[in-house]
Ligand binder design. Structure first.
Ligand code: ATP
Ligand code: SF4
Ligand code: MG
Length: 336
């Protein structure tokens, strides 16, 4: 959380795009692409957590999976610790496959059901040649212990565990290789509310202990509030706002961020009565054929003619506060 980060940038993503081809242009049809991630840029400092939020299908997982090169980027740069890893060969990527780990959205599907927990965690120790024999076993026991499980769990299979415990196993697997950076893809969304805080607190403790850097993906703003230093908001493949956690909650500038925030229930009934609730109308348009100009315009109550014609660029309107919306031009005029 705040003050845990220093100023050094660990990851910088520049103009990243990931398009999925969905029909190959057979039978005279033209090729079509899902523009899942379309030209996004952001950075993450060493030791900090960047929360990434947005509705289902806006491209959060694709962003994470492209950074870790599970998907090949369509365009753009992924600069990790000063090196552009977007085009590295599988061989040159090897050290990064250890430094960058991912915890997945679905703790049921992401663990191999035929492997024991000990082998699931130990497998990455084998792949990266980190430990064998008794040292490997010792490390697996330590990791289980570190995530609140016990060494007796090593010989059991994933189906014998609850969702929260499986997510702990996924975390132990990610930690096994001493990573620097972990992409947490909705690690708590599938868990009971009562378990969510435990897992978030554990991730927070691990971050402090090992100096980890996180990209923490979630679909609503209530889940990222406590763990994030800064937060990015995505809409239909675009990053629409990025800023410090407190600034985002206190002074959201993008109409979409404002709508997401107003959807979070406020515990104080006085505040709820006075707060203006913004209802997001209509469905999210298709990322195959997104609206022209600003992609949010079909659901934005401030939309003007210009919004259909010109795409708003992500611009720094206040120190460290980036927003992509034409309304900003009047509110924060460009001075140069
Ligand atoms: N392998 C793929 N092939 C084709 N389209 C894909 C593929 N993976 C994702 N998409 C599409 O890309 C878009 C972004 O998907 P993504 O999974 O990144 O969204 P998300 O923000 O993680 O959503 P959720 O909150 O539901 O996890 C969606 O329209 C999705 O259908
Ligand atoms: S650019 Fe226009 S449509 Fe897009 S969020 Fe701003 S006002 Fe709304
Ligand atoms: Mg996802």
């Amino acid at each position: 959380m705040s003050s845990k980060s220093n100023n050094e940038v660990l990851l910088e993503v520049k103009n990243l795009k990931k398009y999925f081809e969905i029909n190959k242009g057979f039978f005279g049809r033209s090729k079509e692409y899902v523009q899942a991630v379309d030209d996004i840029s952001f950075f993450i400092r060493k030791g900090e957590t960047l929360g990434l939020v947005g509705e289902s299908g806006c491209g959060k997982s694709t962003t994470g999976r492209t950074i870790i090169r599970l998907y090949e980027p369509t365009a753009g740069e992924i600069i990790y610790d000063g090196v552009d890893i977007s085009e590295l060969s599988e061989n040159d990527l090897k050290p990064y496959r250890k430094k960058i780990q991912m915890i997945f959205q679905d703790p049921y599907a992401s663990l191999n059901s035929r492997m024991t927990v000990g082998d699931i965690i130990g497998e990455s120790l084998d792949i990266h040649g980190i430990a064998t024999g008794a040292a490997r076993q010792e490390r697996v026991f330590d990791l289980l212990n570190r995530v609140g499980l016990s060494k007796d769990h090593a010989s059991r299979y994933p189906h014998e565990f609850s969702g929260g415990q499986r997510q702990r196993i996924g975390i132990a697997r990610a930690l096994a290789v001493d990573p620097e950076f972990i992409i947490c893809d909705e690690p708590i969304s599938a868990l009971d509310v009562s378990i969510q805080a435990q897992v978030v607190n554990m991730l927070d403790d691990l971050q402090k202990e090992y100096g980890l850097t996180y990209l923490f993906i979630a679909h609503d703003l209530s889940m990222v509030k406590h763990i994030s230093d800064r937060i990015g908001v995505m809409y239909l493949g675009k990053l629409v706002e990025v800023t410090d956690r407190n600034e985002l909650y206190d002074s959201p500038e993008h109409p979409y961020t404002q709508a997401l925030l107003s959807a979070i229930p406020i515990p104080d009934p006085e505040v709820t009565r006075n707060a203006q609730r913004i209802i997001l109308e209509g469905d999210v348009p298709s990322p195959i054929n997104p609206p022209s100009g600003c992609r949010f315009r079909t659901r934005c109550s401030y939309a003007m003619e210009r919004c259909a014609e010109e795409e708003p660029v992500l611009r720094e309107v206040n120190e460290g506060h980036f927003v992509a919306c034409h309304l900003m031009d009047e509110k924060f005029p460009i001075t140069e």
